[in-house]
Design a protein around this ligand. Structure first.
Ligand code: TYM
Length: 329
């Protein structure tokens, strides 16, 4: 049985990228492994949410985890901030994380470009906190989307560096995971790039059908192929990538053939895609609305998860402190 850890930031509702990049794997893995799935609320502080927004988002993501089918009896579901041992490990790992390597990470450089007014140290050390999240339970597998690949590489580096520094084989080097396939990137429908909360192009699990139709109908397209069997430009490829995850194979084949024959009508393609997304999200949406109204249940789940997660984390911290040389007199 392998130990699996992963998390999602609580900066807003979950979108299709979160679901197909990560959550789908959480659900598949939860019964056969020792799974820890958390809500990364410390990480969300890099964007300075108000106290009300912070709490509301955490609650919403927990309800969404449950609505998607995460089972709190099978996996440990918890809030990152309920496990203060994570912050201790973060501090310890920071001593062996170098400013130069942190400054060179793509996501940090991205943030510096996008929010020059708020380049805080939490952003710089974001991968260190992520490594702490993962190795606090000594995980071997981390189900994530493609955009987290570099963060996982850093987590392995920090685990290896700790082992080398103290001449121990204590931490496992965690591997990113997606059911034996390559890591996934769900695109946005605004032409290029990934679907993301900060990109503002998300189709959310909780969106109502009207919003989904509106978002899909607005998707960027072009004037259509003019040569038979021509290669698809990125915005069109993106529509098909989304179809790949929500539509029947026969539907996808039908529209691919239309594209190849230059007979495609993007309006029809979008209508179909919107309906297939709605079919997928509607039952989840209903459950989200039901569960998020049930405070008692959410409290019970969070308390149970916190207890299990702390038990595992405090064992690690105790051993790490000893390895480093913090010993009682
Ligand atoms: P976050 O909250 O941005 O995204 C959560 C998960 O969803 C995946 N994801 C996507 N996958 C495919 N296509 C997309 N368009 C897409 N958008 C998001 C992400 O790859 C991720 O798996 N730093 C993390 C949260 C985190 C974490 C961790 C993850 C904190 N500590 C420890 C794993 C292990 C983040 O911001 O993900």
């Amino acid at each position: 049985m392998e130990t699996v850890v992963s998390g999602i930031r609580s900066t807003g509702n979950l979108h299709l990228g979160n679901y197909f990049g990560a959550l789908k794997n959480f659900i598949k893995m939860q019964h056969e492994n020792n799974c820890f799935f958390f809500i990364a609320d410390y990480h969300s502080l890099t964007t300075h949410p108000t106290p009300g927004d912070l709490h509301g988002s955490v609650k919403q993501v927990l309800a969404e985890y449950l609505a998607c089918g995460l089972d709190p009896e099978a996996a440990t579901l918890y809030l990152q901030s309920d496990v203060p041992e994570v912050t201790e490990l973060y501090l310890l790992l920071n001593m062996n994380a170098y400013v130069g390597e942190l400054e060179r990470t793509t996501s940090f450089k991205d943030k510096v470009r996008k929010q020059p007014e708020n380049v805080n140290a939490g952003l710089l050390t974001y991968p260190v906190l992520m490594a702490a999240d993962i190795i606090i339970h000594n995980a071997s597998k981390v189900p994530v989307g493609k955009d987290q690949e570099q963060n996982l590489e850093m987590a392995r580096k920090f685990a290896r560096r700790f082992n080398n520094l103290y001449k121990v084989k204590y931490f496992t080097e965690p591997q990113p995971y997606n059911f034996g396939q390559v890591l996934i990137k769900i695109p946005g429908l605004d032409g290029t790039g990934k679907m993301g909360k900060s990109e503002g192009n998300g189709i959310y699990l909780v969106d109502d059908p009207k919003d989904i139709r509106k978002k899909v109908m607005r998707a960027v397209t072009d004037s259509g192929p003019t040569e038979m069997n021509s290669e698809m430009p990125e915005p069109i490829q993106n529509l098909f990538t989304l179809m790949d995850v929500v539509s029947e194979k026969s539907t996808i084949d039908f529209f691919k053939e239309k594209y190849a024959n230059c007979e495609i009508r993007y309006g029809d393609l979008k209508k179909q895609l919107a309906e297939d997304i709605i079919n997928f999200t509607s039952p989840i949406r209903e459950k989200i609305l039901e569960i998020s109204a049930n405070n008692n249940y959410l409290r019970k789940v969070a308390n149970m998860g916190a207890e299990k997660a702390r038990e595992s984390a405090s064992k690690t911290i105790k051993e790490v402190r000893e390895i480093i040389g913090f010993k009682p007199f």
